[in-house]
Write a protein that binds this ligand. Structure first.
Ligand code: FE
Length: 428
């Protein structure tokens, strides 16, 4: 079973990564940042967690306002470094603990947190600024992460209480993971700061101290504050500190604080802290009950004949090919694919076996391989093939035989727009 070692808290201001990348360790202005992060790095080096859950917010880099979600959990096995406008920081891609992520995702959903899930998105300074201070990373990172992105930059956002409750659920999720691993939880953000408007540069050290005290000893008091109260006390952007409550909610009520620091070099109050967990692990019966609860909704779904539920594991394993086919919704990509399908797929890194399935329009082969049906539907529209052709192909029937089973036996259709169908429309 997985065990929670403790929680780390750290600001994620970009100044941290800036200071590190420019070697400011001995510059008196920046040295306190390094001193404040060092105990956390030492703790991680000593405790050697097998995974770190990183709670952070993206700064509208990878998560834009076209689809803004509250709680987004990364489920992949690798995360690239984001370019936030001035080129990427020179950091290796960060490995993800996909199995733990997907277990946590299933557990949170079972506990009625309607999460969103991401993969193929890059990490911005909200995650990488503290991470690069905490872990060695010259050529590779020593430990995989589970990124949990909280959307705190377009209101409404989750309440402090909701973050706390998510943390409680996160504890149940981690402790029911069947593998014998140790997990640390890193909460990022804050403390007081505001970066927009006439109030830009606002700080409130008195409130920061009160927050740190309550956070350790009486965190539930912090769940009654509204977002507006957090914004008034610690700055509008400082309200991101509610993310820390996810970590605190996942820890035991009593914790052992072994480090705390505070430094205000510029605009953001930079705090770091370590809280060791003092909780009892659940016993085998409790874990089994939780695992049954997590698996309840999908129990038996995999054994329904002729059915391939599109799970996160299937999605992660086939992300590249599904992404390629999804890309055919772009007219320019579609035209390139129609002109030179093989070359386009090779350029996109699609594996030979998958290329063959696509070139042969082997609909059932694609489903078995883990392609999502709605990508097949797009490929059908690109190819001038009707949906009933695809259904017949998956069933191993001729179109004629399949249509005989329908109430509208002559109906051919697909998801193409109103333009005339390509020449292959009627083909088998
Ligand atoms: Fe932030």
């Amino acid at each position: 079973m997985a065990r929670i070692l403790g929680g780390l808290a750290a600001s994620h201001t970009p100044t941290i990564g800036f200071a590190l990348d420019r070697g400011k360790q001995n510059d008196p202005v920046w040295a306190p940042i390094f001193e404040n992060f060092a105990p956390l790095a030492t703790w991680l080096a000593e405790k050697k967690p097998d995974a770190i859950v990183v709670i952070y917010n993206d700064h509208v880099t990878s998560f834009f306002f076209d689809h803004y979600s509250a709680f987004a959990l990364g489920i992949g096995d690798l995360y690239q470094i984001a370019d936030e406008g001035g080129g990427k920081r020179v950091l290796p891609p960060v490995p993800g603990h996909a199995a733990l992520s997907q277990h946590i995702g299933a557990s949170l959903m079972a506990d009625e947190f309607d999460m969103s899930f991401f993969q193929g998105k890059s990490l911005d300074h909200g995650c990488t600024s503290p991470l690069s201070m905490l872990l060695p990373h010259e050529t590779a990172w020593p430990v995989p992460i589970v990124p949990l992105q909280v959307g705190v930059l377009q209101f409404p956002i989750p309440s402090a209480l909701r973050c706390w409750k998510l943390g409680r659920a996160l504890r149940r999720a981690i402790e029911s993971f069947p593998e014998d691993i140790n997990v640390a939880i890193l909460a990022t953000g804050g403390l007081s700061h505001q970066v927009h408007g006439e109030r830009a540069g606002f700080n409130n050290t008195a409130w920061d101290m009160e927050f740190l005290d309550l956070f350790e000893k009486d965190p539930e008091r912090l769940t009654s504050l509204t977002i507006a109260e957090y914004a008034r006390l610690g700055g509008v952007e400082g309200a991101e500190i509610i993310m820390w409550l996810v970590m605190r909610g996942a820890l035991s009520p009593q914790v052992r604080k072994i480090h705390q620091s505070y430094y205000l070099p510029s605009v953001t109050a930079i705090a770091t802290a370590i809280y060791e967990d003092l909780g009892e692990a659940p016993d085998a019966a409790e874990r089994a009950t939780m695992q049954a609860h997590i698996g309840h909704q999908l129990a038996g779904a995999e054994s329904i004949p002729g059915s391939y539920p599109f799970t996160q594991a299937r999605s992660v394993a086939n992300f590249a090919v599904n992404q390629f086919l999804h890309g055919l919704t772009d007219p320019a990509a579609r035209a390139r694919f129609q002109a030179e399908p093989e070359a386009e797929m090779i350029a996109a890194g699609i594996a030979p076996a998958e290329r063959a399935l696509i070139l042969q329009r082997d609909w059932q082969g694609m489903i078995r391989a883990g392609f999502n049906f709605f990508m097949l539907e797009k490929l059908g529209a690109v190819s001038g093939v009707s949906n009933p052709h695809i259904y017949a192909g998956m069933r191993g029937e001729t179109l004629e035989d399949f249509l005989k089973t329908r109430n509208a036996p002559g109906a051919l259709y697909n998801v193409s727009g109103g333009a005339p169908q390509p020449a292959g429309w009627q083909k088998d």
